[in-house]
Design a protein. Sequence first.
Length: 173
Amino acid sequence: MEPMRFRHIALISIAALIASLFIIVLVTSRPPKESKIIRDFSAHRAAYEQVRTLLLGDKDVAAVADYGVENADSPISKIPPDGGMPAVRYQEYLALLKQIGASRVGRGSQPPRVAFDVWASGWGGDTRHVNICWMEREPSNTVGSLDAFYRTAKPRNPSYVHIDGHWYIWADW
């Protein structure tokens, strides 16, 4: 093959690869639509309630994810049976989180809440999040919709969108 022709094919292939990666990053960096989040929540509400009940019952547990369990007194994640949670209980959490499509569940104290990480995109300190949260009381920083939140000027304050009862969508960035 002629060297010049080989160079052209190589350059076209590299350009196609870069364009493909750009499209993939662009598509995956968009948060899910509010309607999809609510539809998924409604379809798995019983599992959300079950995980919330488990977490509130495990008083010493701050968070559970596939990378381990964080205890209230130690932010270091440990995979059971290390860390004080029975392995069977940990597997129950993981199965429910997988069913929901959440990567992590954790509790917060100000205001009291249980948060499920359902989407994140970004790098380091510039990561954007969307969570499903159960709140003991209505948060003060609520907005009418995620679309309304996305239209606010940056930097945005984290905000909540009411779903139903004590359940909210939380978004930041």
